[in-house]
Design a protein around this ligand. Sequence first.
Ligand code: SF4
Ligand code: SF4
Length: 324
Amino acid sequence: MSCASTFLDTVRPYLAQKQLTTVGLQVIQLNLGLRCNLSCQHCHLGASPRRSESMSWAVMERVLRLVDKSGCREVDLTGGAPEYHPLLRTLIENLHHRQVAVQLRSNLAILMEEDPQMATLPAFLRAHQVTIIASLPCYLPENVDAQRGSGVYQQTIAALHKLNQLGYGREDHLPLHLVYNPGKAFLPPNQQRLEEEYRQRLWQMHAIHFHRLYTMTNMPIGRFQAELRRSGEEERYGQLLRNSFNPATLEPLMCRKQISIRWDGALFDCDFNLALGWPANVPAQELQPDYDPQQLAHRSIVTGNHCFACTAGCGSSCGGALAA
Ligand code: SF4
Ligand code: SF4
């Protein structure tokens, strides 16, 4: 990335406090670990079947205490593949009991693994009204398999059929949202138009239902950064992100209302800073049993030039585009 002006230099004129700060604690995102059935080309975390990092029950108990003390009503579960975590169901039961809305980020292919635990997981998620946010970088098989591995598209479609049969994507209390990210170093197209295209093509090709499509910009860190370097595109992509800066994306940035907790309890502003190992600006960098939620809710956000990926064009977040 060019070292012309930093992200903070660029955004400062648009910020009342001259630095990016949080507006509260509305979402707690948990990265349960890095074991994954896939090793996708664009993965910012370097997750794979060989990784073994995993959140302990002791950390989960602290999270539940934070949920109780903060009154936060939304927990977002990610990984790796969170489905591999042996305590996933126990954690979801505890959150459901507290009437917390739970979102699970799934690559879907994992749900088709030959494992009795995976076979029964979709019905468990349905029973606990867990929202499923599922990666599907394209409606065409060749593009998905190129990015995620051979045969992944077919498994993904099979998992979508299974979820649709349970009511996911068809009933409003069982949300199923899909996530698109570009196959290469370019910005996502317009989210609304792409959603219409996905809806039409997935229905024609496979009779699949879903609720929303979220577009996400590839983050120039982790495996995607290594790929950019190999192909000599790092500078061009960094410049594209920088030149596409859109100030309208600043107010809804996801880091302004969430905290991201790593498997070992360490605290970050988002999963990207987590991947980089850049800790959040909080009094203690590990989640403490007696943490005052106000200390997490009000903090200045740690930024870097990778943040241009969240503010380019229509913006990007775990919930898709940020601006029209
Ligand atoms: S992008 Fe998601 S599905 Fe792919 S390797 Fe990373 S964590 Fe796994
Ligand atoms: S990468 Fe995005 S979400 Fe994370 S701190 Fe930067 S702007 Fe916020």
